[in-house]
Write a protein that binds this ligand. Sequence first.
Ligand code: NDP
Length: 324
Amino acid sequence: MSTVILVTGGTGLVGKAIEYVIENEPAGSRFGKRPNEKWIFASSSEADLRDPAQTRKLYEKYQPTHVIHLAALVGGLFKNMKYKLTFLRENILINDNVLHASYEHKTQKLVSCLSTCVFPDKVEYPLTELNIHNGPPHESNFGYAHAKRMVDVQNHAYKEEFGCNFTSAIPTNVFGPHDNYDLEDSHVIPGLIHKCYLAKKNKTPFVVSGTGKPLRQFIYSRDLAKLFIWQLREYDDVEPVILSGRFGEDEEVSIKEVADAIVKAVGFQGSYTFDTSRADGQYRKPASNKKLLSLIGDFKFTPFEEALNESVQWFLENYNNARI
Ligand code: NDP
C-alpha cells in the first residue's frame, strides 16, 4: 500500500527544506524518500486551510495517510503585537481544520508544528516539554502562542476520544534557504543577512541592534527537516518534542557570533558595530533538547557556519525572487 505524505505549508521555509531533504538524501535512507512514498507539498493557493471546505477538498484529492502540518500565519514581533486577534483566530482555524480533516480521513500519523513561544513567560529555564501550559505566554504574541498551544490540547483530546496518532514538534528559531528576508518583519538571522548584504552593496556601515551578548537557539531548516521526517517515521507519542540545533558542544549562540558569521559569509569588509542604545531583549531563554537527543540516536547537526553560508549563498543567488 502506498504512503501519501501531505506537507501543509509546503512552500515555506520549513516545507521547502523538507522537500530538499526528501529529494537529496539517498533514496531509502533514514531521511530519504522510501519506495511507495508520495510527498505532496501544499501551498495556500491550492487550499486556504482557514476554510473547512477547502481543507476537506485537499484531503479528498490526495487521501493523505500521513501529514506534517506546518501551515500557519507567521510573522515577526511587530506583526504579532499589532494583529493578536488575527494571529489567534487564523491559526486556530487552520489548525482545527487540519486536525479534524486528519481525523475524518483516518490519517495514520499527524505531526504539527508549534514554536517555543508557546512556553510561559515566567518559567524556570531550561524550557522542557513538560511546562508548556504552566502559565500565560509572553503578552507580545499571546494570540499566536495560544493558537499553537491549543494544538497540543487538541492532540491529547483526539488521542483520548478517538485514539488518533497525533503529535507535535517545538522548533527553536529556524533559518535557511527560502527564509523571509523582509527587513521589517523577519527573524534575526535573515534580517541581519539582508542588512549586511545592503551595507556591502551600498558601502554603508553594518549596525547590529543591541550589545550582541544575548544568547539564542537556532536550528538550520535542513536539519529541522530531517527531525520532522524522524518524528513522522519513528516517534509515536502524543507528547511534543523540542527540536533545537546543536553546534559543536553548544546549544546557544550569541547574537555577536551570528553577526560575525554573517559578516564573513557575506564578505563584508566595511565598518561593523553594535548599537548598544537599542534594547537587547531577554539575555537567554534556553529550551532543552535532551529529549530529542535521547531518542534520535546518531544524528549530525550541520555546523553553524556551514549552515549560515548555505543560507547566505541561497539569498545571494535568489535575491530577485526571495521574500524581501
Ligand atoms: P513560512 O512563512 O515560510 O511559510 C508558511 C507556510 O504556510 C507557507 O507555505 C504558506 O503558504 C502556508 N500558509 C499560510 N497561511 C495559509 C493558509 N491560510 N492556508 C494554507 N497554507 C497557508 O513559515 P515557516 O516555514 O517559517 O514556518 C513553518 C512552521 O514552523 C509554522 O507552523 C511556524 O509557526 C513554525 N515555526 C517557525 C519558526 C521560524 O523561525 N521560522 C520557529 C518555530 C516554529 P503560501 O506560501 O502559499 O502562502
